[in-house]
Design a protein around this ligand. Structure first.
Ligand SMILES: [Zn+2]
Length: 86
Protein backbone atom coordinates (compact mmCIF):
# COMPACT_ATOMS: atom_id res chain seq x y z
CA UNK A 1 0.00 0.00 0.00
CA UNK A 2 1.48 3.32 -1.01
CA UNK A 3 -0.32 6.59 -0.61
CA UNK A 4 2.82 8.69 -0.69
CA UNK A 5 3.14 10.76 -3.84
CA UNK A 6 6.74 9.75 -4.48
CA UNK A 7 8.29 7.34 -6.92
CA UNK A 8 9.89 4.40 -5.17
CA UNK A 9 11.92 1.59 -6.68
CA UNK A 10 10.32 -1.70 -7.56
CA UNK A 11 12.85 -3.80 -5.69
CA UNK A 12 11.31 -6.52 -3.50
CA UNK A 13 14.55 -7.29 -1.65
CA UNK A 14 14.43 -7.83 2.09
CA UNK A 15 14.20 -4.46 3.83
CA UNK A 16 16.87 -3.71 6.42
CA UNK A 17 16.06 -0.09 7.23
CA UNK A 18 12.88 1.60 8.38
CA UNK A 19 12.48 5.27 7.54
CA UNK A 20 10.03 7.41 9.45
CA UNK A 21 8.52 9.96 7.08
CA UNK A 22 7.54 13.39 8.33
CA UNK A 23 5.82 16.28 6.63
CA UNK A 24 6.22 19.86 7.80
CA UNK A 25 3.58 21.37 10.06
CA UNK A 26 3.58 24.67 11.94
CA UNK A 27 7.04 25.52 10.60
CA UNK A 28 8.58 22.30 11.93
CA UNK A 29 10.13 19.88 9.40
CA UNK A 30 9.20 17.04 11.73
CA UNK A 31 5.71 18.42 12.31
CA UNK A 32 3.68 15.38 11.34
CA UNK A 33 4.73 11.70 11.47
CA UNK A 34 3.02 10.35 8.37
CA UNK A 35 4.46 7.01 7.32
CA UNK A 36 7.06 4.31 7.63
CA UNK A 37 8.96 3.20 4.54
CA UNK A 38 10.90 -0.06 4.64
CA UNK A 39 13.89 -0.22 2.30
CA UNK A 40 16.98 -2.32 1.62
CA UNK A 41 20.51 -0.88 2.02
CA UNK A 42 20.74 -0.25 -1.72
CA UNK A 43 17.66 1.97 -1.92
CA UNK A 44 17.98 3.88 1.35
CA UNK A 45 19.70 6.95 -0.11
CA UNK A 46 17.50 7.04 -3.24
CA UNK A 47 14.39 6.86 -1.09
CA UNK A 48 15.55 9.65 1.24
CA UNK A 49 16.31 11.81 -1.82
CA UNK A 50 12.87 11.11 -3.28
CA UNK A 51 11.26 12.04 0.03
CA UNK A 52 13.22 15.31 0.18
CA UNK A 53 12.12 16.19 -3.34
CA UNK A 54 8.54 15.71 -2.15
CA UNK A 55 9.14 18.10 0.78
CA UNK A 56 9.18 15.24 3.25
CA UNK A 57 11.81 14.52 5.87
CA UNK A 58 13.11 11.05 6.62
CA UNK A 59 14.44 9.81 9.91
CA UNK A 60 16.25 6.49 10.09
CA UNK A 61 14.65 4.18 12.61
CA UNK A 62 15.34 0.64 13.68
CA UNK A 63 13.37 -2.32 12.40
CA UNK A 64 11.39 -3.98 15.13
CA UNK A 65 12.67 -7.50 15.88
CA UNK A 66 10.92 -10.14 13.84
CA UNK A 67 9.47 -7.68 11.34
CA UNK A 68 9.94 -8.79 7.74
CA UNK A 69 9.20 -6.31 4.97
CA UNK A 70 10.08 -6.10 1.29
CA UNK A 71 11.71 -2.97 -0.14
CA UNK A 72 10.02 -0.48 -0.61
CA UNK A 73 6.94 -1.21 1.48
CA UNK A 74 5.08 1.86 2.73
CA UNK A 75 2.83 2.04 5.76
CA UNK A 76 0.83 5.25 5.98
CA UNK A 77 -0.26 6.24 9.48
CA UNK A 78 -4.03 6.88 9.49
CA UNK A 79 -3.54 9.92 11.72
CA UNK A 80 -0.93 11.58 9.49
CA UNK A 81 -1.19 14.02 6.60
CA UNK A 82 -1.73 11.20 4.08
CA UNK A 83 -4.04 9.14 6.28
CA UNK A 84 -7.78 8.99 6.31
CA UNK A 85 -8.32 9.85 9.96
CA UNK A 86 -8.00 13.61 9.52
ZN1 LIG B 1 15.58 -2.07 -2.44
Amino acid sequence: MSNLSIILSDCDQLATVRLEVFSPADGDLYGSLDASVYVCEQHGIDTVAALWRANLTAHKATMAPGVVRACPEVYVFPTGTFGNAK
